[in-house]
Design a protein. Structure first.
Length: 191
């Protein structure tokens, strides 16, 4: 898996493209939490001694598209009711589902571990993408904060953080340009 930071950053970039407005920071934050959530299976696998290859093991059901859609729906329902300004429940549902499924997609681009059970609970077949440039992040914190962790972060900086930053800043610039034009338009009409 890429590290939790990288999953969160990818989700913030997706949020930056999809959502603006006053509640955007909260929505981006919720998207980041959705994107990190699938790796909670590391905890449940450890607690209940679930093998990696099991459907409930690491990169199993929690990384599937079904769970992404269900989690996206739940978070969207709560966010839509709670936020003062919301872009609409359906839009939030799509955003949070895409943010969650981005986790499995990035995992499937790593060079280690087992693949991702995208189609669980219907199938436990594990998939990788044909292109796997991202170094797999060690689960152990001891290793992560060591020499190998530095290589992993370097790999994630290039393959996730940098593209995410470009996408995020481009979306922000585009949104600003559109809103500036919207402000200028009434003046144009009156002149
Ligand atoms: Zn994962």
């Amino acid at each position: 898996m890429p590290s939790a930071f990288s999953h969160a950053i990818a989700a913030v970039a997706i949020g930056g493209v999809a959502v603006g407005g006053r509640s955007r920071a909260i929505i981006w934050g919720l998207g980041a939490l959705c994107a990190v959530a699938p790796d909670l299976d590391v905890v449940t696998s450890f607690l209940f001694r679930i093998p990696y290859t099991h459907m409930l093991g690491h990169r199993g059901l929690s990384h599937s598209l079904v769970v992404a859609v269900v989690l996206g729906m739940l978070v969207a329902a709560v966010a839509h009711r709670t936020l003062a300004e919301s872009p609409g429940a359906a839009n939030l549902w799509v955003l949070f589902s895409v943010a969650t499924s981005s986790h499995g997609l990035l995992d499937a681009m790593t060079n280690g571990g087992l693949g991702v059970a995208f189609f669980a609970p219907f199938s436990n077949t594990r998939y990788f993408l044909p292109w796997r440039p991202i170094l797999v992040s060690p689960i152990s914190l001891h290793i992560f904060f060591g020499y190998r962790g530095l290589w992993v972060m370097w790999s994630e900086l290039g393959w996730i953080w940098l593209p995410a930053a470009v996408v995020f800043l481009a979306a922000l610039a585009l949104r600003r340009r559109v809103s500036r034009k919207a402000v200028e338009t009434p003046g144009d009409r009156s002149s």
